[in-house]
Design a protein around this ligand. Sequence first.
Ligand code: NI
Ligand code: MN
Length: 237
Amino acid sequence: MALGRQTTFTWLGHATFLIGTPGGKTLILDPWLRDNPACPERFKNPGPVDAVLITHGHFDHVGDAVEVAARGDPPVIGAFELCAWLEGRGVRNTVGMNLGGATEVAGLRVHMVRADHGSGIATDSGMVYGGPAAGYVIEMENGFKVYCAGDTALFGDMTLIGELYSPDLAILPIGGLYTMDALQAARACRMLGVEHVIPAHYKTFPALTQSADQLIEAVREVKRLKVHVLAPGQTLG
Ligand code: NI
Ligand code: MN
């Protein structure tokens, strides 16, 4: 099932995505590659990207951020505190922001929005405060809008995100345990009013949901909504 909006989404497993924009830019979301058991071998070392977006400081979202940022110093977007930690690890081109803020990066408007989740950074010397966990709304060059929820519980203000930004597509976690599950993601789709949803943050570990069937079943009656179930390494475009 094609998207037809000049935007591509390649799932690298878990919460990691390569996003190709209508203007030819490449973004990486939550780079976790080498230790990501779901990341196909050919994507473990992606080429240079135009921007890195990080939703929060957990290892399965920030694991390869320093290495990816070292290839060409692309802007790295994240919470102010997370960016300060990344700077300490040698990342030069950070764009620290906070919930409710917006910035221009790689020619795209990016909004940082709420997520209900933790953001501690596990280090050899203990847990470091990573600022708030976040989601992003990305406005593509052609007006196509993408909501990347990051790790989050379902929360009532997803309705507000729908009203404020009118996202066309959402990337939502469905794995349960650390985030909302598939049934709650189905509810999120209704609240957001999106036309497209890509499920993520599942199938990586035995403790997480192993299929998107429950999501597909739960949104069967939602008009115009398309569920795009990707395999790791697969591209939706
Ligand atoms: Ni997390
Ligand atoms: Mn996670």
